[in-house]
Design a binder for this molecule. Structure first.
Ligand code: MN
Length: 272
């Protein structure tokens, strides 16, 4: 007998920007954030296409990696088609997410990302950043040219080296992680990590607050700290976990229809 019960919460805010081009997705057992870029409505259309495509990869208590790959590929093609006869600068989006998968009879999280939206994990092993940014400053840090502190203040810190729908590099990086009871994931856009320290983010995620409250607090603090960009956070909590997936149950009461947060809902500033 083995069960996984998930609880989650999400929050997003337009910040000081004119429009919220971030999108959050809670389509258990798949969760994601997408941070769109592009002129006028194109950025929002790109992130919306990404989460809509990802939701189609969900077809049961676990997600198949090929379905995930197909969804990301379809989103990439649709975003590229958006700009085909549009004089506006082309649109693209980051994606960062986690999905439960079955592998060799065991249950795992597949963490996947493109761009500089991030995946963090809080577990018995501590706090860790699962994703490595696909960004210019990350390359400079990896090359030993600048420090992490210099990267955080670098004028080109927003330049990403991979995106869905834009440029030659649109492949996701995947990381497989065994499922552990009590662990928590945070998926977030750079509007969160650009405003709050890693230590403060870890403190809120590890606080034991319910996932919705934790997501709302993170976003509220990022907005209070300046909110220079759209801010999004998805927090996923694993209540129990076993190693055999036959009786996998996603908490039925908490299951909602896959949803993307519309900009209008995000802009009400309800402290989130
Ligand atoms: Mn952003």
């Amino acid at each position: 007998m083995s069960q996984v019960e998930l609880a989650w919460g999400l929050s997003t805010h337009v910040g000081q920007r004119a429009e919220n081009q971030d999108r959050c997705l809670a389509a258990p057992p798949l969760f994601a954030v997408a941070d769109g870029m592009g002129g006028h409505a194109a950025g929002a259309a790109a992130s919306e296409l990404a989460v809509t495509a990802l939701a189609t990869a969900v077809d049961g208590p676990t997600v198949a990696i090929p379905a995930l790959r197909r969804a990301l590929g379809a989103a990439d093609a649709r975003i590229r088609a958006l700009g085909a006869d549009d004089p506006e600068p082309p649109a693209g989006t980051t994606v960062a997410g986690v999905a439960l998968i079955e592998n060799g009879g065991g249950l795992f999280w597949a963490a996947f990302h493109i761009g500089d939206s991030r995946i963090y994990r809080w577990s018995a092993g501590g706090w860790e950043q699962i994703s490595t940014d696909h960004s210019l400053v990350q390359e400079l840090v990896d090359g030993g040219e600048i420090s992490a502190a210099q990267a955080a203040a670098h004028p080109q810190r927003h330049v990403i080296t991979r995106a869905l729908g834009l440029g030659p590099h649109c492949e996701a990086d995947y990381t497989l992680l065994p499922v552990e009871g009590g662990e928590r994931f945070l998926l977030c856009s750079d509007g969160l990590t650009g405003e709050l320290s890693d230590a403060r983010i870890a403190e809120v995620v590890a606080s034991g607050a319910d996932p919705e409250a934790a997501a709302e607090l993170l976003v509220a603090e990022a907005v209070a700290a300046g909110g220079h960009d759209n801010v999004s956070a998805v927090v996923v909590h694993v209540h129990r976990a076993g190693d055999v997936p036959d009786d996998l149950a996603v908490d039925a009461e908490a299951v909602t229809v896959p949803r993307a947060m519309p900009a209008a809902a995000a802009a009400d500033g309800s402290g989130a």
